[in-house]
Design a protein around this ligand. Structure first.
Ligand code: 5GP
Ligand code: ZN
Length: 104
């Protein structure tokens, strides 16, 4: 866990953020500044800086399964997913997250 990482703080409950969905190794919460009517972020609980640092293949699979499960849970059949990797690509929070963007 990175002490100063905002998503690690969210994940450990420092801000009482509501989790839309949670698995053993992943969490989903709403983006604070949504760019679509539905904008959720899927994160690993463990601190991984970006996709470039993700090596655990089981965790990769769990993250994608979480995308499927949370969208199914809320009845969202059509959505976009996005992972920004690196500053130049627009990554602002250096704790891996998959954006899920959809309409209500
Ligand atoms: P990135 O640009 O790194 O791919 O996306 C970071 C996302 O995290 C942005 O969409 C931003 O709105 C969101 N974000 C930044 N800080 C917080 C926060 O404290 N809480 C929540 N829920 N989302 C955040
Ligand atoms: Zn972190």
């Amino acid at each position: 866990m990175a002490d100063e990482c905002i998503f690690c703080k969210i994940i450990r409950g420092d801000f009482n953020t509501e989790f839309v969905y949670e698995t053993e190794n992943t969490v989903v919460f709403n983006d604070i500044n949504p760019k679509a009517p539905i904008h959720m972020l899927v994160c690993p609980k463990v601190h991984v800086e970006s996709l470039n640092e993700l090596e655990d293949k089981n965790l990769m699979a769990e993250l994608i399964q979480t995308v499927k499960d949370v969208t199914q849970k809320i009845g969202l059949k059509s959505y976009k997913t996005l992972i920004n990797t690196g500053k130049e690509a627009g990554q602002e929070v250096f704790h891996l997250h998959i954006h899920i963007l959809g309409n209500k």
